[in-house]
Design a protein around this ligand. Structure first.
Ligand code: ATP
Ligand code: MG
Length: 548
């Protein structure tokens, strides 16, 4: 899918036309402190697609200016996610590589009387900051001399002070109507090892100071970010204006993408992993890109979904079903359609010879005949879905098997159910049937119409498989639960595992192979599969509002 025009591309086109810029350069700037979620896909796609539309460039820049939760594991994961989505950055940069240059710009601000070292504690700074309705107050340290500030800042860098003991603040306006302009902190002390810089630094620049400088150093023309940075733009421009940089970047905002039933915040994802409510960031229930991939969503479907949501300056919430629809659109005419029986019930064909197996022709995808055919096994013993049998046909709408009723086993023969075997608890454990040899599929038999067409898997060749069926991790919002924390709204049924069988053609299946299991939905092979037992994740049903 091509990205449709949007206001950011309109601005880019104008800037190129007016000569304000020679080429478009964008960046995607994740903080390497978590795995990417599908919300990030909007930021990725916006930055890469808009630059691509004008033959421009896009950098991947790790915004690693806070050592607290950053780790190389996330750096590698984010690179892999971009690769999977099909985006190849022109450059991979790290914000931390600009620490020296950023430090020099802070010194420049001090020399210009535009930054000062403050001794107020974090709490005092918050108190002095004022509120939306009340102006802030100047810190008693605001008027330190340039010399004293230079000296203190250097000593901050040299590790003479403890975390929180001092900060460097931009000297702007404590009465500004925009709280971000009330002398924002631009450097703080953190004595922690950095994932790339080790212990070289113990002062770290704040996002609002580091980000515009990084954009400038890299020659970014259009710095696109989500809407919560809207009222930081004035500070972005202030930093650019006052640091004597060569290149002037501009910030543009777009609305965040939310999806019903998915909570997209790193804090939430981390809590789920840390409290072992999920098996990891790539648990197929997670809204992470690695989770969605393992669940069976294709990169193409995620891209098409995100593009179909458009782009605007308002946050939007899109129905989860639209994502499923994008997957079906992508795979409907591409995926093989093998037989899987998820909740098996044994069917015994009493008049079929014991020990005989025959192989029948079956299309690989009934809607795309060019995808060819394969042979499926048939014998006296086959599995059908439990849901495809009922003892007594309830009404005319029942188009499956029942006692005294004849159906077609898909691509095989007509069978009629004659009796059931039950265990001592009264559960049906097998259905006895007879088949009509005249009715073989493809023989042209049209003597009578069967009461339905149901799929099956032959018993001796069947491969045991676990099928993981998912529901949303979070329960739908109700009047009662709307104020609860997400951890109290976890859906206890988000994962159900059922054991059944797949046909033998799947014996060489590999993780991430995609299938449409006939009449059951879209599934993908999981990496937990073993030789003896395959594991499949249900990506989504065949239709929206699908329920097993
Ligand atoms: P979170 O808010 O989930 O913790 P974040 O915004 O702090 O994530 P970053 O690593 O800073 O995570 O994100 C990189 C980029 O992705 C930022 O430019 C951010 O604006 C953008 N982004 C994050 N979530 C969304 C979303 N739901 N929709 C659109 N863009 C997003
Ligand atoms: Mg962020």
């Amino acid at each position: 899918m091509e990205e449709i025009s949007n206001y950011i591309k309109t601005i880019m086109a104008e800037d190129l036309k007016s000569g304000k810029v020679d080429e478009i350069v964008t960046r995607f700037p994740p903080e390497p402190n978590a795995y990417l979620h599908i919300g990030h896909a909007r930021a990725i796609i916006t930055n890469f697609e808009s630059a691509k539309a004008f033959g421009g460039k896009t950098n991947l820049r790790f915004d690693d200016t806070n050592p607290t939760k950053e780790d190389n594991e996330y750096v590698e994961a984010i690179k892999a996610d971009l690769e999977w989505l099909g985006y190849h950055p022109n450059n991979v940069f790290f914000g931390s590589d600009y620490f020296e240059a950023t430090y020099q710009k802070a010194i420049l601000l001090i020399k210009k009387g535009l930054a000062y070292v403050d001794d107020l504690t974090q709490e005092e700074i918050s108190k002095y900051r004022g509120t939306l309705t009340q102006p802030g107050k100047d810190s008693p340290y605001r008027n330190r001399s340039v010399e004293e500030n230079l000296d203190l800042f250097e000593r901050m860098r040299n590790g003479e002070f403890k975390d929180g003991e001092k900060t460097l603040r931009a000297k702007i306006d404590m009465t500004s109507s925009n709280i971000n302009m009330r002398d924002p902190i631009i450097y703080r002390i953190i004595h922690l090892e950095h994932h790339r810089q080790g212990n070289k630094w113990c002062i770290y620049p704040m996002y609002d100071f580091a980000h515009p400088l990084q954009d400038s150093f890299e020659g970014i023309t259009h710095s696109c970010c989500s809407l919560e940075f809207d009222n930081h733009r004035v500070l972005y421009d202030w930093v650019i204006e006052n640091t004597e940089v060569k290149h002037i970047p501009h910030q543009y905002e777009f609305g965040r993408l939310n999806i019903t039933g998915m909570v997209m915040s790193k804090r939430y994802l981390r809590t789920l992993v840390d409290t072992k409510k999920v098996t990891g960031y790539d648990d197929p229930r997670m809204p992470t890109l690695v989770g969605l991939k393992r669940r069976g969503f294709t990169a193409e479907s995620i891209k098409n979904f995100v593009l179909s949501t458009g782009l605007s300056r308002v946050n939007s919430t899109v129905d989860y079903q639209a994502l499923e629809e994008a997957l079906r659109d992508d795979l409907k005419l591409k995926a093989l359609r093998p037989n899987a029986v998820i909740n098996p019930l044994l069917v015994i064909i009493d008049n079929y010879p014991e020990g005989q197996i025959e192989y029948l022709d079956c299309p690989n995808n009934a809607e795309v005949l060019e995808m060819g055919t394969r042979k499926i096994a048939f014998s006296k013993y086959v599995y059908i879905e439990k849901a495809d049998f009922i003892e007594e046909k309830p009404n005319k709408k029942w188009k499956r098997l029942a006692l005294g009723v004849e159906v077609r086993l898909m691509h095989a023969y007509f069978i009629t159910a004659t009796s059931v075997e039950k265990d001592s608890a009264g559960n049906i454990i097998a259905v006895h049937t007879t088949y009509d040899p005249e009715t073989k599929s493809g023989s042209g038999f049209d003597g009578r119409k069967p009461n339905g067409n149901i799929h099956f898997v032959e018993r001796t060749t069947a491969i045991p498989a676990d099928f993981r069926i998912f529901e949303a991790l979070i329960l739908p919002e109700t009047e009662e639960n709307k104020d609860l924390d997400f951890m109290e709204k976890l859906n206890p049924n988000s994962l159900t595992v059922v054991s059944g069988y797949v046909e033998e053609s799947l014996k060489n299946t590999k993780p991430l192979d995609h299938y449409q299991f006939v009449r059951n939905g879209y599934f993908t092979t999981d990496k937990d599969s073993t030789k003896d037992k395959l594991v499949f994740n249900c990506t989504c049903g065949l239709k929206s509002s699908f329920k097993l």
